[in-house]
Structure formats: C-alpha cells, structure tokens
Write a protein that binds this ligand. Structure first.
Ligand code: ATP
Ligand code: MG
Length: 476
C-alpha cells in the first residue's frame, strides 16, 4: 500500500496558492502513481482533493476495480459492459459466508451482507436502508437490482406460497416488479437508454427467521410530462415501444395499432433497445398476477393515449365556435374514444370547451378554447390518465407482494431515486430531481467528512484507547 497519512484539504492540488506542506503531500501522493489503485477506501487518501480522489478511482477503474469504499459509503463506478464474474452466485455466496465481509474487496454484496447482518443482530437501529445515489446513468437502478437479487437469494423464503403452485414465490414476484416498473416508468434519454423517470423506495420485509416474506414499493415524482412531450433524441416510456413493436397481429387489430403507423408521441422508434422486449414485461405481469384480460385493457388504454396524441386542431376563425379538427384527426378521436371508452362527444367537449362556474347563482358558462388551449387540454388528459395507470399498477404490484405486518418483523429499505441531470432545456422535473439529489448528497458528504475527521483525529492523537476515541468522536 502507498504511505497513508490521513488529513483533509478542500482545495484541488492545482490550487494557485497552496501551502508548502500541502504541495509536498500532493507530490508524494502522485509519486506513487502506479500504486493508486490499491486505495480501496477513499478515507485513506491524503491529501483529500477532487483530483486525488478521482485519480484513485480512475486508477482502480483502469484495472477493473469498480467498487471503492468511502468510510461507511461505497462508491460504485459503471463498467458499461457486462462483467458476469462480478455478480456470479459464487461471489454472492463468498460475501454471504465470509467471517467479515468488510475485509473482502469492496463490493455491493459486502454492503448487502453487512446490512443483512445488522438486521440479524437485532441491535438498534434494527431496520436498515440503503440509499443509492448518483447522476443519471451512474448505475443506481442496476445496483438496486443487484441488491434485490442478493436478498432474493440469501434470504429466500423456505416455504412455497400457501401451497399454491400457480402463485410464484415471493422472491420471484419481488424481482418481477422490476421489469414491469421499468417498462412503465423508464425511458431512453440523452444520458441513459434506460433512465428511471420516477423515484422508488422498496421495503424488503423479513420474518423472524430473517427470510424474505413480503415487500412494499413506494414511488415518487413520475415524470408524466414525458407522455405528451419528448425532448429531441429522447423517447417516450418504454412500454409504448414495446406494444407497438411486440403486439401480435390479432392484438394489433384489437388495440388498433396497425404495423408502421405513425404516432406523434412515439419519436425515435427506429432505435431498437434491449428494453423494448414486450415478452419480458408480459411474463413479469403474469407472475405478479395480472391476468390476460387485465393486461389487454392496460394495453388498450396505452394505445388510446397514442391515438389521443395524434388529435390536432385548426385555429377557429370564429371565437364563439370550437376549434375544428384536422381531417385525419377525426379518425383518431373515434379510435381514442373507443380505446379509452369515452363517448366521442364527451371527449371532444373535454378537449375543446372550457366550463366555467361563476357568480352567486353558480352559473355555468361554456367557452370554446383556442387551438393552444385545446392542445394543452389534450396533453393534460394524457398525463393524468398515464399517472393514474402507473399509480394503479404500483397498487396491484404491492397487493401481489404484500403480507400482513404480523408476518414480518424487520425490513431492509432500498432507495433508487433518479439521478442528477442537466439538459439543454430543463423543466420543473429537473429542478425537483436535482434538489432531491443535492439533499441526499449533502447527507453523504457530511458522513464522509465526518469519517475523514475521525480517522485524522485518531491518527493525529495516536490514540488507541476507546475512551480517548470517544472524546474525539464528540469533537466532530
Ligand atoms: N455494474 C454494472 N455492470 C454492467 N453495466 C452496468 C452496471 N451499472 C450500470 N450499467 C449499465 O449502465 C446503464 C445505466 O445504468 P442505470 O440505469 O442503473 O443508471 P441510473 O443511475 O439508474 O440512471 P437514471 O438516474 O437515469 O435512472 C445500465 O443500463 C447498464 O447498461
Ligand atoms: Mg435508474
């Protein structure tokens, strides 16, 4: 290992006015460049600067070391390639049976196992949560899936569900929630082909034998605007591409999705992604207990939304009259009405007429909307329907993985919020996403710095006795 003396500086090594000792430390640090990859814990890096930390991570990445500890946090780098041995069942087992998993190489399985043991030890705080944070495309959802697979394996329930062979085991149902939620809540963005457009917190609930007995999912901030607006080079939610690419001939007829038809809300459909696989979503829906007829209804609603997006209006010459529809739009109104089960007249009124209730008598006025207002109403209708559908789907999934609280005693929570992002044009969604991420980051930076300070204090005071350490902990 390179010589490791702990300390902490806020500036980068390229600072214009560094102190002599600081420069010396930095020089010493870089003189051991070929050993940088050996730093498996960033709290051991000295001096701590953006450059030294990044250099270490870069050196580790170059030799296929994708995980590094940072005190009690784990830094994961995205390899952007499949490295099967990194997630093999054998490796999972190694971490699970290790006497001290934290002594093995830094790995997401070490975090998973330590968390599991914390719950098993029943020492307060018994329930544990793992927060996965990072910018868009960093690998949060991948990591969350790894964690879920780990617990589905090491904490597998012993019994089959209520002796019923047609119901999938709880671990399978929990894992199957992923492809369904991702099909409806993820989309291809400029930063990530499978970008989560919602935040997710899943609670994996364990019985008194620490076996997975049930789970519950909570979602946050679905980016519903994406249904009716996709930035250039981005796409709508995966599920729309899955149904248009994967429906059978019979389903195309039933859902009114002729092959090769154009939908304004389905841009960049020529891009074929792994995430376009309809079968994966359908199989998972079946395993979660969503039967064929319910699935059929869901996909009809989605097709209805695509047709709704094709309804376009002409400016009305007479303000007292509703906007006319473009010629082709008349067919789309009819198919939208059929698919969404809304009478055509009602749909047209909802899209083109504003109802105002005013005055003491609560008089009702009907005012035709201008073209721009009609378009806004159309988009809002789509967003509301999609958000309701998503909410309902989460409810159904939760019913499928739910168990009475009497059955479970503790839980492990996993939080996968969508990551930092900055696009050429940013909206309220980006503000909310980035604000939530900054709050999380603040929390972790505070923890990291605290760990740094503790180690530095212990070293500076050369203290090994517990009471001395305790006093120092109180200082930070
Ligand atoms: N450990 C890994 N091994 C191999 N590939 C990975 C790994 N982590 C991430 N990837 C690849 O990177 C892509 C992006 O990762 P992921 O979708 O998890 O990002 P994210 O942090 O959840 O982003 P967003 O905030 O946009 O949802 C994955 O689809 C996968 O191809
Ligand atoms: Mg994600």
């Amino acid at each position: 290992m390179p010589k490791q003396v702990n300390g902490q500086k806020d500036d980068s090594v390229t600072h214009s006015d560094p102190s002599d000792s600081f420069e010396e430390e930095a020089r010493a640090f870089f003189s051991d460049e070929e050993k940088l990859h050996l730093f498996d814990d960033l709290t051991k890096v000295n001096p701590v600067t953006t450059t030294t930390v990044l250099k270490c991570l870069q050196a580790r990445y170059a030799v296929n070391l994708f995980y590094t500890n940072a005190g009690c946090s784990l830094v994961a780098l995205n390899p952007f390639q499949s490295i099967s041995c990194l997630y093999s069942p054998e490796l999972m087992r190694d971490y699970h049976v290790a006497l001290r998993p934290q002594d093995l190489k830094p790995h997401i399985f070490a975090v998973a196992e330590e968390t599991y043991r914390n719950v098993q030890s029943q020492i307060d705080p018994i329930n544990q949560s793992i927060i996965v944070s990072g910018e868009s495309g960093a690998g949060k959802t991948w990591t969350s899936r790894c964690l879920m697979k780990f617990y589905a394996t090491v904490a597998a329930s012993v019994t089959s569900p209520k002796g019923n062979e047609t119901v999938e085991r709880i671990e399978k149902r929990v894992l199957d929630s992923n492809p369904v939620m991702e099909a409806f809540g993820n989309a291809c963005t400029l930063r990530n082909n499978n970008s989560s457009r919602f935040g997710k917190y899943i609670q994996l609930q364990l019985d008194r034998f620490h076996h997975l007995s049930s789970a519950s999912i909570q979602t946050f901030l679905l980016e519903k605007t994406r249904v009716a607006y996709q930035a250039p080079s981005e796409r709508n939610f995966h599920i729309f591409y899955q149904i248009t690419k994967g429906a059978t001939a019979k389903e195309r007829l039933e859902w009114n999705l002729p092959e090769g038809a154009d939908y304004r809300w389905l841009p960049n459909s020529e891009k074929n992604l792994d995430e376009d696989c309809f079968k994966v979503t359908r199989d998972a829906m079946f395993h979660l207990g969503i039967d064929h007829s319910t699935q059929n209804n869901i996909f009809k609603v989605l097709s209805g939304l695509l047709h709704l997006g094709n309804i376009q209006f002409y400016n009305s010459l007479d303000e007292s009259q509703p906007c006319e529809l473009e010629d082709k739009a008349k067919d789309f109104v009819k198919t939208t009405g059929d698919l969404l089960k809304i009478p055509v007249e009602e749909l047209l009124e909802a899209l083109r007429i504003r109802t105002i209730t005013a005055g003491k008598q609560q008089q009702v006025f009907k005012k035709p909307c201008c073209r721009a207002e009609c378009e806004t109403r159309r988009d809002c209708l789509a967003k509301v329907i999609y958000a309701k559908l998503f909410e309902w789907l989460v409810l159904i999934i939760n019913k499928s993985i739910y168990a009475d609280p009497l059955v479970w005693t503790n839980f492990i929570g996993l939080l996968d919020v969508y990551g930092f992002e900055s696009f050429p044009e940013n909206n309220l969604e980006q503000l909310c996403i980035n604000y939530a991420n900054e709050k999380l980051q603040q929390h972790f930076v505070a923890h990291y710095l605290k760990a740094q300070q503790i180690v530095a204090l212990i070293q500076a005071n050369n203290t090994t006795d517990i009471s001395g350490m305790k006093n120092m902990l109180l200082k930070v």
